[in-house]
Design a protein around this ligand. Sequence first.
Ligand SMILES: C/C1=C2N=C(/C=C3N=C(/C(C)=C4\N[C@@](C)([C@@H]5N=C1[C@](C)(CCC(=O)O)[C@H]5CC(=O)O)[C@@](C)(CC(=O)O)[C@@H]4CCC(=O)O)[C@@](C)(CC(=O)O)[C@@H]\3CCC(=O)O)C(C)(C)[C@@H]/2CCC(=O)O
Length: 211
Amino acid sequence: MTLPLDYVRDGTAIYERSFAIIRAEADLSRFSADEEDVAVRMIHACGLVEAARDFVFGPGAVAAARAALQAGAPILCDAQMVAHGITRARLPAGNEVICTLRDPAVPALAEKLGTTRSAAALELWGDRLAGAVVAIGNAPTALFHLLEMLDRGAPKPAAILGMPVGFVGAAESKDALADDPRGVPFAIVRGRLGGSGITSAAVNALARAGL
Ligand SMILES: C/C1=C2N=C(/C=C3N=C(/C(C)=C4\N[C@@](C)([C@@H]5N=C1[C@](C)(CCC(=O)O)[C@H]5CC(=O)O)[C@@](C)(CC(=O)O)[C@@H]4CCC(=O)O)[C@@](C)(CC(=O)O)[C@@H]\3CCC(=O)O)C(C)(C)[C@@H]/2CCC(=O)O
């Protein structure tokens, strides 16, 4: 082995080269300029240029989420992994990043409601839901539960990023959001694909455009 090994060590150079590869290889033609910016960062997080086919941005979603973040809206996350992936330095207004999953009240609440902890945790968002940016990247049940809360009259968030991953309920929960967004601007990744990384990346792109 010849040391040092030959690889790029500069973080900014790595990002720049990655983003250039994505723009060269991905079909981004159906996105507006601001959607494209978000899509590139989402592809970067999952390593799949083909994923762009499954990205759906509802009308005005990027503008609504960006305006909310600029105005200081909190970011409500279903999982700690989503919350931890959000780069605080990119947030335009020192926005609060909230995940209630680990609240001690959640296991009993889940038992009482007969659902997962991920879904029950949303009940603790309370009034913070009004005008917030919601980022659901892990749990399909959380997205389903959010839609049920909205149907029961919960305050509307500014935007919903519905990007849970998996095989049970993921595609269905995202279809349910896209089919009836309850008047809330939304973005989804159709099908099984999604996850905390893609979702954090979407928030990071919405928080600040470009690199
Ligand atoms: C059924 C669940 C799924 N989890 C998936 C993928 C991943 N989950 C990870 C981790 C560490 C966590 N998942 C929980 C949210 C946990 N996962 C579930 C639940 C059982 C039910 C959610 C649902 O179906 O909607 C859920 C527990 C609950 O009662 O809500 C987690 C809270 C479990 C725990 O550790 O307590 C935890 C989240 C921790 C956090 O960040 O706050 C994985 C890292 C898997 C692993 O542990 O090996 C992975 C992360 C994926 C990602 O990108 O986020 C699925 C695939 C989403 C799956 C739901 C769909 C399915 O097809 O099964």
